[in-house]
Design a protein around this ligand. Structure first.
Ligand code: ADP
Ligand code: MG
Length: 603
């Protein structure tokens, strides 16, 4: 075949393939157009998973009579003029591809009346060709109806999943856009039934109540408005005149602010799909930022559990490139590290500041896994390909996990004995527990010290003066780490003074470490602190606490009396996250009575 330019309609179908992947893409593009048009009330009607029909009704500014036809031409847009405009995009759309792409693979009816015009327009297209156009009386705003998606591309149609799955994808999108725009009212109906509705009150929390249910939403912590920019960037720019004079290479200071809601450590889910990220009102996928959110919960969540988070990042549009992919769910930041740090800081600070202290006195209010299992949420996720309206729990949660996860709190345990001078055997109402004494004690100490620190105690642990102050020789790097953490270690009860060269003098140690070799304990702590930098003050403190706990906790190899074991177990029962140590490793193995029966072949 000789080389030839493809006919327009073939080219349009190919292009449509990129924009219109499935019904949810149509819903997304149409809703984004409504948002760009300033609509405050957006209704989405879906029939049969969207393949039969998707209709979006908005009260936006409408399309002027003389522009309705060009709106369906490729690369026709009212949102962008010059290539420079690409640098500062403030609208959701800008590629001028959605309407022609949708029209190329379906039958579209447009009814619109622009602000300031008396008469509206009705336009009908089939496979991208205009088949009808008339003036029509209409309410202000736009109604776009898409029918019979992929009717003219049978190959694509075969790739559509069941109506349930496809409408699930649409619902996922609508919940995300509702989170991004709490000031707009969204309504989603599926085959005539309302599946989701936000109030448009402007309060993100109201949207989250709709999505997650009142119980869960009420537990979420609001991210504090960060007081200032991360790093010393601001000070450097205002203060010095000499060192930082590279105006052309150094980007002007654009604050990156983070707002939203995150779950307290006691509320968590089994996968990361509850972490939603938004940049300037656009839902995005970003592995690195998702990781930043997870990192902020380090040591706070049991292994394999993930927070709920709605993270809204506001950043100057020139700092972010949204033109990476036609679906625009991936972005590139000019300074990705800055954004990463801002997100991690904001989440971490929120979780640490506001996380409720252990609610020992009212265990019934404990917000654990069991609570949310009963919460029916209308939300589905693309990755799970769930159909709309299914109870999430049945599908998402592996049945096997429920036994272990059924509550984070420990039931009351009876100590049976110790084995290998390392593990405590205990009996609970649901079987046998084998508890790692060191890991368990680490967790107990960690929560006690964190509570003391969060309660504003100057020194979360008492200090004990050494009868004979001790000199310790350090290596250069150890000394450097020690100096960096000296204040924090001081708060913990260490009294350490320079003693010339790389030698330091230890005068006092945290009481928690009494009985340990002070020099060895200090060196171990310093070595642990040396691994990995940290970003925020709270995190530095937390790292110190973690490493002091590690030194202070009972070791494997230590024989414990029955009373000591019983005391440790009581403390562990009172912990918020008794099942993991502060490093995220398990503190215990649980063998249920049922498992024991199975193992012994009783059933
Ligand atoms: P883009 O959104 O990238 O500009 P589209 O193909 O989605 O491209 O839309 C083309 C143009 O049609 C838009 O730029 C806008 O001017 C107009 N338009 C589309 N939908 C609406 C709507 N719901 N209300 C008002 N104008 C609309
Ligand atoms: Mg658009």
């Amino acid at each position: 075949m000789p080389i030839h330019v493809l006919p327009e309609d073939v080219a349009a179908k190919i292009a449509a393939g990129e924009v219109v992947e499935r019904p949810a893409s149509v819903a997304k593009e149409l809703v984004e157009n409504s948002l760009d048009a300033g609509a405050t009330d957006i209704k989405v009607e879906v029939r049969d998973g969207g393949q039969r029909l998707i209709r979006v009704i908005d009260n936006g500014h409408g399309i002027p009579q003389d522009e309705v036809e060009i709106a369906f031409e490729r690369h026709a847009t009212s949102k962008l003029e010059t290539a420079e405009d690409l640098e500062r995009i403030r609208t959701l759309g800008f590629r001028g591809e959605a309407l022609p792409s949708i029209a190329a693979v379906s039958q579209v009816t447009l009814l619109t009346r622009a602000d300031g015009e008396d008469v509206g327009t009705l336009l009908r297209l089939e496979g991208g060709k205009i088949v009808d156009r008339q003036p029509r009386g209409a309410a202000g705003g736009t109604v776009i109806t898409m029918e019979n998606l992929f009717y003219n591309t049978p190959a694509r149609r075969k790739f559509l999943r069941t109506a349930r799955t496809e409408s699930g994808h649409i619902q996922t999108y609508i919940t995300r856009v509702a989170m991004a725009f709490p000031d707009r009212r969204f309504t989603l109906t599926n085959n005539g039934r309302t599946n989701f509705q936000s109030t448009g009150s402007g309060e993100l929390l109201d949207v989250l109540i709709e999505i997650y249910g009142l119980d869960t939403a009420q537990q979420l912590l609001q991210i504090d408005e960060p007081a200032e920019e991360p790093g010393s960037q601001g000070a450097g720019e205002q203060g010095s005149t000499g060192a930082r004079e590279h105006p052309s290479t150094h980007a002007p200071q654009h604050p990156c602010t983070v707002s939203g809601y995150v779950s307290p450590p006691a509320l968590h889910r089994s996968n990361r799909t509850y972490i939603d990220l938004f940049v300037n009102g656009r839902w995005i996928q970003d592995r690195s930022l998702t990781y930043a959110v997870g990192e902020a919960y380090r040591t706070l969540l049991p292994k394999g559990r993930h927070p709920i988070a709605v993270i809204r990042i506001s950043i100057d549009p020139s700092e972010v490139d949204v033109n990476v992919h036609p679906a625009k769910t991936e972005v590139r930041f000019r300074d990705g590290r800055k954004v990463f740090a801002a997100v991690q800081r904001a989440v971490r600070a929120t979780v640490i500041d506001q996380a409720p202290v252990p609610r020992i006195e009212s265990p019934t209010h404990h917000a654990g896994f069991s609570d949310w299992e009963q919460t029916r949420t209308p939300r589905d996720h693309v990755d799970n390909q769930l159909a709309m309206g299914l109870q999430r729990t049945a599908d998402v949660e592996p049945a096997a996990g429920t036994e272990r996860d059924s509550a984070d709190k420990l039931p009351p345990l009876r100590v049976v004995g110790q084995i290998a001078q390392a593990y405590i055997i205990a009996e609970g109402p649901s079987g046998m527990f084998l508890i790692d004494q060191h890991a368990a004690h680490e967790r107990v100490l960690y929560e006690q010290l964190m509570n003391a620190a969060q309660g504003g105690n100057e020194s979360p642990t008492a200090s004990q003066a050494l009868l004979d102050p001790l000199t310790v020789d350090l290596t250069g790097p150890q000394l450097e780490t020690l100096e960096a953490y000296l204040d924090g270690l001081g708060d913990m009860g260490f009294e350490i003074k320079p003693f010339g060269g790389e030698t330091v003098l230890i005068r006092a140690v945290p009481e928690l470490l009494k009985g340990r070799n002070p020099a060895q304990a200090m060196i171990s702590i310093v070595d642990e602190l040396a691994t990995g930098g940290s970003l925020v003050d709270e995190e530095r403190e937390q790292r110190i606490i973690t490493s002091v706990c590690k030194q202070g906790a009972v070791r494997a190899g230590q024989t414990l009396s029955h009373a000591e074991m019983q005391a440790l177990i009581r403390d562990l029962e009172a912990s918020i996250s008794p099942r993991t140590c502060p490093h995220g490793r398990p503190t215990m193995i649980h063998l249920s009575a049922a498992q024991l029966e199975r193992e012994f072949g009783r059933r």
